[in-house]
Design a protein around this ligand. Structure first.
Ligand SMILES: Cc1cc2nc3c(=O)[nH]c(=O)nc-3n(C[C@H](O)[C@H](O)[C@H](O)COP(=O)(O)O)c2cc1C
Length: 185
């Protein structure tokens, strides 16, 4: 009897914890925004590893996982990839071989979203970039050491927030209202 009660208690506890974790994940999604201003501090290596793990867990068409993740911490190289990004933080360049295939682009975008949200879940700021992609592919592939035949598809900048306490209300661009964007049938 005691054992049954104990097991039941454990189950309830783990269900409650699961629900809390689900809420925390939803909270990150609902409060996300693309940070532009970062402090000059690095991102802890253990956190970068976790963030990359989140990228690697992204779903992909037929589970092809076409991506490669290049984690850039070198100040000069960061500045070449995104102008003004020399100090602090890191840039994750997501590249792929068949980068003009729309499915590959979507896969890389999903990996980027995972990286972007994982960074914010850990309390960092992050922002997705495609603007610099063409320059990266023209000028910086060798310096980045992208795998042979790979092209950059999308980048995510991650860093310690310059201003603590920024959230979706104070930091994010406004979003359109659900009533204008969503149809239920
Ligand atoms: C696919 C994609 C490409 C983006 N490219 C850039 C970019 O090149 N430069 C930039 O400053 N922001 C870029 N962004 C960030 C968006 O501009 C930003 O997420 C959007 O304006 C919403 O603003 P907020 O995240 O601050 O609320 C990109 C976002 C996505 C999803």
């Amino acid at each position: 009897m005691k054992k049954t009660l104990f097991c039941g208690g454990l189950l309830l506890c783990s269900l409650a914890l699961g629900a809390q974790e689900g809420k925390a994940a939803l909270d990150v999604m609902l409060k996300n925004y693309g940070e532009r201003n970062y402090a000059a501090e690095p991102v802890a290596k253990a956190d970068l590893d976790l963030i990359v793990q989140a990228g690697l867990r992204a779903p992909s068409a037929m589970n092809k996982q076409p991506w490669h993740f290049t984690v850039v911490q070198d100040a000069a190289l960061k500045g070449k990839v995104i102008s003004g990004a020399e100090k602090g933080g890191a840039i994750i360049v997501i590249s792929a071989k068949d980068d003009t295939n729309p499915r590959v682009t979507l896969d890389c975008a999903l990996a980027a979203e995972n990286v972007y949200l994982a960074a914010q879940a850990l309390g960092y700021g992050s922002r997705i970039y495609t603007g610099p992609v063409s320059d990266v592919n023209k000028k910086h592939k060798a310096a980045l050491g992208l795998p042979s035949g790979y092209n950059a598809v999308i980048l995510v900048r991650i860093g310690v927030l310059a201003k603590a306490g920024t959230d979706a209300l104070s930091g994010a661009s406004p979003r359109n209202a659900a009533k204008d964007m969503v149809t239920y049938k």
